[in-house]
Design a protein around this ligand. Structure first.
Ligand SMILES: [Zn+2]
Length: 654
């Protein structure tokens, strides 16, 4: 489908909900909710379950120079390069309005992806990303884009007479057929979830009143449209990927206090997945991974909205099994987007289609949500691991484009999307990933400040009149320094994460040793009366180590602190730009000339012990069997060259 080819055909599609069989019949639209404010209470709801810790407003965290700020700047530039009117093209068409600019390519319009019906998903991610960028930077250009897009969607709602806004080629007919229980191709609720979430973020992060109005009208449309479905019909509909619809309706409940939204959050919670997980049953083998992760994010949010512990048990158990037993050393999971039996690890680890980046994005959302209720270092450890080796690693540091898969086929390379002809799911989550690094560095309760990540930054704790500035060259140096700025002396606890990868942690306050920990995977807590200018130094120890899956002890990855070290295997045979690709389905076929990686031989721990520092920070060498030594660098720094993250070891020489 070329730009603009779907105009007129799809205008004024309308449908009607009928009760009884739960069927929806194409016809005249009767689903237009009255003005949202007239029908629902609009006061924020209190949570029945309070979290143990809170996050900081993105606006209260500053990011200083370093790889994370670099990544943020690249995404900011990409966001500003995109044209809202092009993203809005099919939304206007479906509302019977003339589009203002041609549609974008890739998943947004190209025939290759017609079957998945993800048209319009990018607009939702874009709204989220611009909202996050606005909150992080205060740059008014991002807020203007949020307000502009929301205003255009409001015009679509007005013109079509319905709260539903969508960009599907067949307009609302796809959603109607899905609600009727008919066989469809595509994932309408998955796609709509991005639009809901984008509007939510516009309302909450960019303070966009128009985004809030559009969202509530869309939300009320959803309440009316799904009401005729019996529980069994609803559950059957949830067999199709639906993103985090349960999460966003729980958020809507918190925003408004409208009990209909909370009920719908529960109805959108897939019981066939939730109930076994809540009982501690891991039956995830073979399931589509990134369909399940957002459900679990939503389970935790529904728990907050309802107090029903079953939802939390399901979310926590899901995290445990995916993070601790199903993840690669990089924090990614899955092969060809699906969970596999870990007994078959050796059959999957070297696939070019492992570790979909969206899966990492959503696992971090889940990790963060669980941490708020149960602030354990184990969650923060996984967060750090995946943030460096999955999220930061996913962005091309030159173009700012992002990966889809991050596979471990030896000698393969990272492939990134094009600016305007891909628009994959991972393009969308990729827009969000790098403008929200500030959201998980620090947390707090009434009197405790948690330092979870070692990132050059500062946090302002308004309620306590305190600011903490973190200066660090981490991970190039395994230390970080924190300095208090205080209006007056303050009695506070500081909790510094002692990561699981560091055998010891030593803390100095104003140059004198104040604490020493030999418990990796915990927090070092300092309770004292702090004074202006007090300086805290955390000293950790980074060492090379080997990691392997229980089912395949001869296939190992090497780590250094939280970083996965990848063999940097050069660019031979790779044309410049050949790693910027349109079609994610062809991963494994690009740059696929045969390649023989160096062979490593020996016992894993002996090999790790033999890793030697190279000439530059975080560069190492490792001897290979009879060939030149392998250069190892953090996987996060690999770009435009072949790499290996897992190695099949030859037996030690006799
Ligand atoms: Zn994706």
């Amino acid at each position: 489908m070329s730009a603009g080819s779907c105009s007129l055909r799809h205008s004024r599609r309308q449908f009607l909900a009928t009760a009884g069989t739960g069927a929806l019949v194409a016809g005249t639209l009767q689903l237009a909710a009255p003005s949202a404010s007239a029908v629902t209470p609009r006061q924020p709801a209190a949570a029945p379950v309070a979290t143990k810790v809170l996050s900081f407003d993105l606006a209260d965290v500053e990011l200083a120079d370093g790889p994370f700020l670099h990544a943020q700047r690249k995404t900011e530039a990409y966001l500003l390069s995109l044209q809202p009117d092009r993203l809005l093209h099919n939304f206007r068409v479906n509302a019977g309005l003339t589009p203002k600019a041609p549609v974008y390519g890739g998943w947004e319009s190209a025939p290759t992806w017609e079957d998945i019906n993800c048209h319009g998903h990018t607009l939702g991610h874009y709204l989220s990303a611009c909202s996050l960028a606005y909150r992080s930077t205060g740059d008014a250009r991002f807020r203007q884009r949020v307000d502009y897009i929301a205003g255009e969607l409001a015009a679509c709602q007005k013109a079509s007479g319905t709260g539903l806004v969508c960009a599907f080629p067949k307009g609302p007919a796809l959603v109607a057929a899905h609600l009727r229980g008919e066989k469809i191709t595509g994932v309408p609720w998955y796609t709509l979830h991005k639009i809901y979430a984008g509007l939510r973020d516009g309302a909450l992060l960019a303070d966009s009143a128009v985004a809030r109005d559009v969202l509530l009208r869309l939300a009320d449309w959803g309440v009316v449209a799904t009401r005729p479905l019996s529980d069994a019909q609803f559950e059957a509909m949830l067999e199709t990927e639906h993103g985090g619809m349960n999460e966003v309706y729980a958020d809507l409940y918190f925003m408004t206090g409208n009990a209909d939204y909370r009920t719908l959050a529960q109805r959108f919670s897939h019981k066939a997945v939730m109930e076994p997980l809540a009982k501690g049953r891991d039956y995830l083998d073979g399931l589509h991974a990134n369909t399940q992760v957002p459900k679990a994010v939503g389970f935790e949010r529904v728990y907050q909205a309802t107090g029903d512990a079953q939802y939390h048990q399901a979310a926590a158990f899901f995290w445990q099994t995916v993070a601790l037993t199903r993840s690669f050393a990089t924090g990614g999971h899955g092969d060809n987007e699906h969970f596999f039996p870990m007994a078959d690890f050796a059959d999957h680890v070297f696939s070019a289609k492992c570790s979909e980046t969206c899966g990492q994005h959503n696992m971090l959302k889940l990790t963060r949500a669980l941490f708020l209720h149960d602030p354990r270092a184990e969650y923060a450890d996984f967060y750090e691991r995946t943030l460096y080796n999955g999220i930061l690693a996913s962005q091309d540091p030159d173009s700012g484009m992002a990966t889809y898969f991050q596979g471990a086929r030896p000698g393969y390379m990272k492939l990134y999307h094009t600016p305007e002809d891909s628009f994959w799911c991972c393009t969308g989550t990729g827009m969000e990933n790098h403008v929200k690094y500030r959201d998980s560095i620090y947390f707090h309760d009434d009197r405790t400040l948690y330092v979870n990540l070692f990132v050059p930054s500062a946090v302002t704790w308004k309620e306590r009149g305190a600011k903490l500035t973190q200066t660090t060259a981490f991970p190039e140096s395994p230390t970080t320094t924190l300095r208090w700025t205080l209006r007056q002396p303050a009695e506070l606890a500081l909790k510094l994460r002692h990561p699981r990868w560091s055998p010891t942690a030593t803390v100095l306050v104003n140059g004198a040793e104040a604490a020493r920990s030999r418990a990796p995977g915990s927090y070092v807590q300092l309770d004292r009366t702090w004074h202006e200018g007090d300086r805290v130094e955390l000293r950790l120890a980074m060492e090379a180590a080997a990691e392997w899956a229980p089912a395949a002890p001869d296939i190992v990855a090497f780590t250094y602190g939280p970083l996965v070290l990848a063999g940097a295997l050069g660019r031979e045979g790779l044309a410049p730009g050949s790693d910027i690709v349109v079609n994610e389905r062809l991963y494994g076929q690009y740059n696929a000339a045969p390649f023989s990686p160096p062979m490593l031989a020996g016992a894993p721990d002996n090999l790790a012990a033999s890793i030697r520092p190279g000439g530059k920070p975080l560069e190492f060498t490792l001897d290979s069997a009879g060939q030149a030594p392998v250069r190892l660098i953090p996987y996060q720094r690999i770009a435009h060259e072949r790499y290996a993250t897992y190695w099949k070891l030859a037996p030690p020489a006799a």
